[in-house]
Design a protein around this ligand. Structure first.
Ligand code: PAF
Length: 283
């Protein structure tokens, strides 16, 4: 696996692969890699000749008071995992490389509508930070496809809309959420949980699964389901930020017609903010 940290070196390597006729997949990450990221690399390997993984903790997507400073930085372990997963190139640009004029003078990509609900309400500016950096990474690498986890379901929809709106010639692939044996979705932020919080964390998945089962069995009183689920989470010591049943296509309110729904939740467990979601077919 090659390792580069400048756009110039990245482009030199990619130009060589393009000349050889190779297809290229990009897996953008913020590092501290876990089984969810490795699943993205595995899926990339099935679909493309060359895999580029970027590790960049993007300051633009963190709000004031969020965990940019304490976000886990584990570059050497990450590189060893990527080597074993047979990634071809690790791209680790500096903040200066990505935002040479500073963030204040950076052109920003905002994706209206889909960015303005759920996490977009609790984390103002977050999705503009995500869309801007992903747009830049796509332009730097110019991959045939890029892969993102379904766990960050709203992020995936924001990126899909950006790619469509800006006519970026790339296929966006969403990969299944990887879970711990007890159901907790794999996330770099799980490392913030105390042992006691970690033992309670899978309740989030259990509550989501119960909502999903109720919908699959025909319940369509979504507001009641949402409020019952919030009460269960609160009783278990979580502080729900949101718990919402939406249309999976665009996160609009369910209309009562058949189609895929997303049950999306963001909760605080102690100081850690966890997100998760499940998709379910409504009948
Ligand atoms: O999901 C993430 O890790 C990040 O939001 C991403 C897509 C790498 C952009 O910084």
């Amino acid at each position: 696996m090659e390792r580069v940290s400048t756009i110039k070196e990245l482009r030199q390597q990619i130009t060589g692969w393009r000349k050889a006729g190779d297809s290229i997949a990009l897996v953008p990450t913020m590092g501290n890699l876990h089984a969810g990221h490795l699943e993205l690399v595995r899926q990339a390997r099935q679909r493309a000749d060359r895999i580029v993984v970027s590790i960049f903790i993007n300051p633009m997507q963190f709000g004031a008071g969020e965990d940019f400073g304490s976000y886990p930085r584990t570059l050497e372990q990450d590189a060893a995992q990527l080597e074993r997963a047979e990634a071809n190139l690790l791209f680790t640009p500096s903040v200066q490389e990505v935002y040479p004029r500073g963030q204040a003078l950076q052109t920003i990509v905002t994706v209206p509508g889909i960015s303005q609900t759920l996490c977009g309400v609790s984390r103002p500016g977050h999705f503009a930070g995500v869309a801007t950096v992903v747009c830049k990474l796509l332009n730097m690498v110019q991959p045939d496809l890029a892969l993102f986890g379904n766990k960050d379901f709203q992020q995936l929809l924001v990126i899909r809309q950006m790619v469509e709106d800006l006519c970026i010639p790339v296929e966006i692939i969403g990969a299944p959420t990887v879970r711990e044996p007890d159901g907790l979705a794999r996330s770099s932020r799980n490392g913030y949980l105390t042992a006691e919080e970690r033992s309670r964390a899978p309740i989030l998945y259990r509550v989501l699964s119960e909502t999903s089962k109720a919908i699959a069995e025909g319940r369509d009183d979504y507001a009641v389901l949402e409020s019952e689920s919030k009460q269960r989470l609160t009783a278990a010591g979580f502080k729900p930020d949101y718990y919402s049943i939406r249309n999976a296509a665009d996160l609009s309110a369910p209309s009562g017609e058949t189609g895929k729904l997303a049950i999306l939740a963001a909760v605080y467990l102690g100081r850690t903010r966890l997100i998760d979601n499940l998709l379910v077919e409504q009948h």
